[in-house]
Design a protein around this ligand. Structure first.
Ligand SMILES: Nc1ncnc2c1ncn2[C@@H]1O[C@H](COP(=O)(O)OP(=O)(O)OP(=O)(O)O)[C@@H](O)[C@H]1O
Ligand SMILES: [Mg+2]
Length: 201
């Protein structure tokens, strides 16, 4: 129990430190990073092999994947965004996102598409999930914002051996030497930063 508390305290410190790093990036640094990130993703062939990609809208200094979203639309790929599950607390739904999709802000102030009876996707239909993160290491360990939303939602990928690939998107300054993880943390298959692609599996 004590070890668990120490680990949780450690995560809180890491979250504080690494959120501050990304929040400190200037508008210009963010723009360059977003542009370079797309080049790294294209060069790594992460995007070329998939037709359905779940992404996110940047928040809190996260690297902005808008250029990736635009590129996917241009290439005729299907883009999905996460939406807070209205009934299942702590879970996400993935919803289709088009250039003119109506959106609204959720309780965290993050834009999300409006859920309709026809725009929901199942996890099994998503070939690639690009996740935001607070910190990562080169082994694919991921530290998120602490809600456990991604861990809970993507747990079936590992449990049911779904082919969905998980790639984290991050600023270079979000890399750590080694992250401590817990049993529920779902590791990534790779991480893309504006400088390089880390392939894990
Ligand atoms: N599959 C799961 N089932 C039940 N609880 C979970 C699961 N995954 C994570 N949790 C709970 O969520 C809480 C937050 O988890 P964690 O600190 O790993 O969040 P995170 O990875 O930073 O956040 P996120 O997944 O939203 O990016 C933990 O206290 C954990 O108990
Ligand atoms: Mg986690």
């Amino acid at each position: 129990m004590q070890k668990q508390n120490v680990q949780e305290d450690c995560r809180k410190v890491y979250r504080k430190v690494y959120r501050k790093k990304r929040q400190a990036l200037s508008y210009q640094e963010q723009s360059i990073a977003a542009h370079d990130l797309l080049s790294v993703c294209i060069a790594s062939t992460t995007l070329s092999q998939v037709k359905t990609v779940a992404c996110y809208i940047a928040n809190d200094g996260e690297i902005n994947p808008i250029a990736i979203i635009d590129y996917c639309w241009q290439q005729g790929k299907s883009v999905l965004l996460p939406v807070l599950h209205p009934f299942s607390k702590g879970h996400l739904l993935f919803v289709e996102y088009h250039p003119h999709s109506p959106t609204r802000k959720n309780c965290y102030g993050i834009e999300e598409p409006i859920v309709t009876s026809s725009n929901l996707s199942t996890l099994a239909n998503i070939e690639l999930i690009l996740t935001p993160l607070v910190a990562f290491d080169a082994s694919g360990n991921r530290l998120g914002m602490g809600g456990g939303y991604y861990d809970r939602t993507i747990a079936p990928i590992r449990r049911d051996s779904l082919p969905t690939k998980l790639i984290g998107l991050a600023h270079t300054c979000q890399q750590t030497d080694m992250l401590l993880t817990d049993s529920w943390d779902i590791p990534l298959d790779g991480i893309a930063t504006p400088e390089q692609f880390f392939s894990v599996s």
